[in-house]
Design a protein around this ligand. Sequence first.
Ligand code: GSH
Length: 125
Amino acid sequence: MKLIRYVVGRILLLANFLTRPKPAIRSQVEQDEIDAAMSGMSLYQFSACPFCVKVRRHMRRRSINIELRDARDNIEIKNELVREGGKHMVPCLRIETDAENVKWLYESNDICAFLDSELDRLKST
Ligand SMILES: N[C@@H](CCC(=O)N[C@@H](CS)C(=O)NCC(=O)O)C(=O)O
């Protein structure tokens, strides 16, 4: 079972690589603003999880650069996700607006929608 999961995971990563979307192109100033606005976010994920691949592709298509945290192999990150996020499920977006204000957002569709809404918000300011 583990072997099958491993092989399927490698096929998924290969297919993802071969069909990777083109990143959005924007000015350096705009990109720096977006990077700064999203610097308090990190994505807890597994490399070969299809839902995580979906979010990473979404980020790539929109040139969103968010730190990726490996919640499968890194035990500290895994424990942090369970302790603070509430469950061991990925993808999960950690959104830190300030030291006392941290939100944990699960569900790939909700994460993609949230990232889009952040981009829209930044565009309109
Ligand atoms: N509906 C969720 C499904 C996420 C999901 O099933 N993630 C799996 C990995 S692919 C998971 O975290 N499983 C828990 C585990 O492996 O411990 C989404 O769209 O994000």
